[in-house]
Ligand binder design. Sequence first.
Ligand SMILES: CC(C)(COP(=O)(O)OP(=O)(O)OC[C@H]1O[C@@H](n2cnc3c(N)ncnc32)[C@H](O)[C@@H]1OP(=O)(O)O)[C@@H](O)C(=O)NCCC(=O)NCCS
Length: 335
Amino acid sequence: MYNSKITGLGYYVPENVVTNDDLSKMMDTNDEWIQERTGIKERRWIKEGSEDTTAVMGAKASRIAIERAGLTKDDIDFIVFATLSPDYYFPGGGVQLQDMLDMRTVGALDVRNQCSGFIYALSVADQFIKTGMYKNVLVVGAEHHSGGLDKTNRGRSVTVIFGDGAGAAVLSRTEDNTKGILSSHLYSEGKHAKELIVESPSIKHWVPALIAANDENDESYYPYMNGTFVFKHAVVRFSEAIIAGLEKNNLQATDINMLIPHQANLRISQFVQKKFKLTDDQVYNNIMKFGNTTAASVIIALTEAWELGKIKDNDLVVLAAFGSGFTWGSVIMRW
Ligand SMILES: CC(C)(COP(=O)(O)OP(=O)(O)OC[C@H]1O[C@@H](n2cnc3c(N)ncnc32)[C@H](O)[C@@H]1OP(=O)(O)O)[C@@H](O)C(=O)NCCC(=O)NCCS
């Protein structure tokens, strides 16, 4: 068995900043409500007319990650692409990335696990490397939320939370058993699928039926979230996933150097931080600037923390996420 290690990181966010005050001009909301409930001050939303899409942003982040890994596109053996907002209903973003980066005809796998998408994607890549099948896997999380949000009063409890962006990691084979991904832990509980969902279009609500109904009050195109229910489950599941990772590796919370929680809500991160008695230096949050970028959030935060020098050689780094599905999980690694 080999080990796998992140050798390159990159992220890209659209340049268009949307502040809470900007949102208050579109819907009945305000900076105080948003900051108090979520910690978010601003987010990036792709501007109309921009070339950016989910796949384009994924490609921009990937180029940075591949270069920082000291590799070229031809060294990548496989792509894992996580998103809930693909450019097309099908095919998924993975093949678009293969084309946009002008890569060899390597395999491309799409992961549909919403906020825990990057954790799932990284875990899949880890298995391919540990078995010796691949040497370098490109793992991407990218989201274009802004095009699919309800920007009227009706959507305000969801719309203010989400932002656009992408992040990428190159996961590479290493024979050093002391470094890299120690373990990953994945979970799901589908009975809560409808607590955080976009129902249409889907085979149950297919386009001809939607057109025929011509119902402008149809909210099934937009994300629905039972916020309080999601919040309560998130704090429990985040903690469980972190504990599972620590126990598996005979580690304690005091061993954590850096926790990167999915940026769902600053209050969720703070709850988890308090539960594990971590200091501000041991947890990295950037939801204030970028909002919740779903599958991109963990990888954008990891990249930014690393760029700022907050992750050092030999640090114990814990990634954890929870989201729609419900799905949740963690990845424990030695940097
Ligand atoms: C979404 C969330 C911020 C809402 O916070 P909350 O404290 O639960 O707020 P509520 O939904 O109970 O709404 C409280 C009031 O604010 C109002 N409100 C909702 N959105 C608002 C907005 N953007 N601006 C102003 N008021 C708003 C509601 O209508 C409600 O008004 P009422 O009391 O008159 O009915 C919170 O539930 C949350 O963060 N949940 C987890 C979300 C999450 O992590 N999602 C990602 C999945 S990984």
